[in-house]
Design a protein around this ligand. Structure first.
Ligand code: ATP
Ligand code: MG
Length: 144
């Protein structure tokens, strides 16, 4: 995921976003590098896009008995719990996002992400409240 930040350097500087990475080790997961890059780019792009200036985005990676958990947490506009499932559908944009027309999007990123996760066997979930930031969790099951 570190490689992702470089791609968004300009946006991070522009919004004065602080990136907090709470791990020191590198973690290896068995996956497809190309598709995983698409997944992470979309999630990082959302975190940056829906976050206010001078906020913090946190990345945590936790090894667990059954695999590895990656958490990407922002302090942005959040997603109402009634919309948690629908934001993964193509072309859906949350009411909160539509209320801010200067934030552009097609509503496609997360639908692509969820399909790729399904193909790669990655479990994706989210926790969020409207106005309370969003956490996205990716769980990479260990290979047997
Ligand atoms: P794009 O196709 O360019 O990615 P998009 O960002 O609007 O457009 P998705 O990435 O699919 O589309 O996200 C769907 C919707 O979920 C967004 O429109 C937004 O309402 C909501 N959303 C996604 N990520 C976040 C986030 N980190 N914080 C708040 N809302 C989010
Ligand atoms: Mg998006």
């Amino acid at each position: 995921i570190s490689a992702c930040w470089t791609h968004f350097d300009a946006k991070i500087l522009d919004k004065q976003i602080q990136i907090k990475e709470s791990y020191t080790d590198t973690f290896e997961v068995a996956s497809d590098r190309y598709f995983l890059t698409i997944i992470l780019h979309n999630l990082v792009s959302n975190a940056l896009k829906y976050s206010p200036e001078k906020s913090t985005i946190e990345v945590a990676i936790q090894p667990q008995p059954q695999g590895t958990l990656l958490c990407l947490k922002d302090q942005g506009m959040g997603i109402n719990p009634t919309e948690w499932a629908t934001v993964f559908q193509p072309f859906y944009r949350s009411k909160a996002a539509q209320d801010q027309p200067e934030i552009k999007g097609h509503g496609l990123g997360l639908s692509i992400v969820s399909r790729l996760c399904e193909l790669l066997g990655i479990q994706i979930s989210l926790d969020s409240k409207e106005g309370g930031g969003t956490s996205i969790f990716l769980f990479f099951p260990a290979e047997n």
